[in-house]
Write a protein that binds this ligand. Sequence first.
Ligand code: NAI
Length: 251
Amino acid sequence: MKLLEGKTAIVTGAARGIGEAIALKFAAHGANIAFTYVSDSSRDKATALEAKLVSLGVKAKAYQSNAADFSACETFVNDVLKEFGTLDICVNNAGISKDNLLLRMTPEQWDEVMQVNLKSVFNMTKQVIRPMMKAKAGSIINMSSVIGEMGNAGQSSYAASKAGIIGFTKSIAKELGSRNIRSNAIAPGFVETDMTSYLKDGEGAEKYKADIPLGRFASGEDIANVALFLASDLGNYVTGQVISACGGLNI
Ligand code: NAI
């Protein structure tokens, strides 16, 4: 059974990693997909993903757009509405990490992480709630992290941005629940993507896995399945929640 037939979903930062897995999962469930990538170097990957999504029988389009830039988000969402007509789901997935101990962290590093990880969620949510309010329906899914709940040495900016996303997510759920707009966060643990490629092999990987009750890192698809639940009618009575998809790392 397809769970998102005829819906339109935005996914930011979807040229690779978790975003790509979500775009593919949603398309396999019948959703039309508008997704973003930010850098010229991601264009080929984005074009390839667009073709792959279309081959699944849905409408799909890649947009080069910086989620950290407010007016770029406004232009992007207006373009999506022109092209797709409706907007049902928004996955705020784009994110970066600039890990450093606080002693060495520069204000520029701090600001960049906040702009890309946290302000992007404000930028996009501001835009997508207009059409969602009109439609009296919508699902907003924000990519937080287990690190936002637990903290981690060397990741104070990342952790603060991801914790900020949780506060934002819950507030929007309270503001817009009466309009049937749901707002939830996913808090993944370690997911095998480019962002965590430094963990892939060797002693470090084994040490991290030893702390995870399920004993393995997540795949992008593990996270995409949670996003599918939140995006679809299966999650109709779920809002303001943080779903931890971390293999039990936080218990
Ligand atoms: P990734 O680095 O593979 O992918 C991130 C994507 O976001 C890239 O395609 C990148 O180009 C895009 N992006 C970066 N800045 C952008 C901007 N300003 N505008 C638009 N797109 C931008 O990382 P991954 O692992 O797929 O992460 C996706 C999300 O999941 C991020 O928010 C990350 O913080 C979060 N996450 C990842 C975990 C992991 O273990 N990989 C764990 C917990 C959360």
